[in-house]
Design a protein. Structure first.
Length: 341
């Protein structure tokens, strides 16, 4: 078996090829294009296993090398301490160290989702960009009206009928301002329709439909929460416990302990930020929709930690999502399940 370490950049890929004993067979760079990779693969001694660090370019390279390699592995970038702590660091050395980690079975491998799931995940993350742009445009409309001293109803501003009436009847809106407001309004409507279409297409996708519908039986788990869980988690079997899932979602803090002193740190920055933000937003609405989650919220709040209450609810939501996803059955409240038994 031969081992290959790759250090990936936008235009080039540095590689290092070693045998089992650690002898360097070849090293160098290759252009980051499919044609150049095909030519390079033909020069490699077989069989070979390749490892690379997770970057924004990793996905297509992983898919391209997978049919040719005995195994393709992706390393977690934060776990590659040997590279991060090195005094001398360049692409050639990084590729060599990744190769050594692979050869010695020390590679901190991370989960790599399938190409089909990555394509659908890209669609959902693009929807998040549209939502952010929509909010920015709405704020810009309010800003332009306030700059001009226009009095308006904040609650009704973005209603179609009220906005049209405001544009036609308010004398404080100048002729120069009206075209800008009209452009913003048209863009807001267009973005809203695009966002809705993206969510509908994902919900109807045969690969996701059944799983998403099951997760939506959980209180406070709407289509966005369910889709985000399915596409960001991918295979739920990767989590052996609720604690691992909670940690992946960034809903727990690090611990710093020495002797009898125990310090709990803020919630972790090493997390899936997309899941974390969606779960915390869902947790803020959950107490209104579920008595069980309301009890979790009130119990945590009575301890004097009002800011930690939504985090506790989000952890409970993770437990619900994990249980439903593992079992393949719809959500049932514990009391109702015991009564049915």
């Amino acid at each position: 078996m031969h081992f290959i370490g790759l250090d990936i950049h936008k235009e080039t890929i540095s590689y290092c090829v070693k045998d089992v004993s650690g002898t360097v067979l070849s090293e160098g760079t290759v252009a980051a294009t499919r044609a150049q990779l095909d030519d390079w693969v033909k020069t490699l001694p077989v069989p070979w296993t390749v490892a690379m660090e997770a970057t924004m370019f990793t996905g297509w390279i992983y898919d391209h090398l997978l049919p040719h390699a005995a195994a393709v592995k992706v390393a977690h970038p934060l776990m590659l301490r040997a590279i991060a702590a090195a005094k001398k660091k360049n692409d050639r050395i990084d590729a060599s160290k990744i190769c050594d980690c692979l050869r010695c079975d020390f590679l901190p491998e991370c989960h790599m989702v399938s190409a089909e799931v990555r394509e659908r995940r890209r669609t959902l993350r693009y929807r998040k960009l549209l939502v952010r742009q929509n909010v920015q445009l709405r704020n810009k409309v309010s800003q332009m009206l306030m700059e001009s001293g226009v009095v308006y109803n904040k609650q009704k501003l973005h209603k179609v009928g009220y906005f049209k009436e405001l544009m036609e009847t308010n004398p404080d809106i100048s002729c120069e301002l009206k075209p800008l407001l009209a452009i913003c309004r048209e863009t807001i409507v267009r973005i809203g329709k695009t966002e809705s279409a993206l969510i509908r297409s994902l919900r109807r996708d045969p690969l996701l439909h059944a799983r998403v519908e099951r997760l939506m039986t959980i209180p406070a788990a709407g289509p966005i929460t369910a889709l985000t869980w399915v596409l960001e988690v991918d295979d739920v079997a990767r989590f052996h416990s609720v604690k691992q899932a909670v940690s992946y979602c960034g809903l727990c803090g690090a611990e710093r302990s020495s002797a009898e002193t125990i310090k709990r740190m803020p919630i972790s920055k090493q997390r899936n930020k997309h899941l974390q933000s969606v779960l915390i937003e869902a947790a803020k609405l959950a107490p209104r929709l579920s008595p069980e989650l309301a009890l979790v919220y009130d119990t945590e709040k009575q301890k004097g930690h009002a800011n930690r209450a939504p985090i506790a609810v989000a952890r409970k939501l993770v437990a619900y999502l994990l249980a439903v996803d593992r079992s393949g059955r719809e959500f049932v409240v514990a009391g109702e399940r015991r009564a049915a038994a």
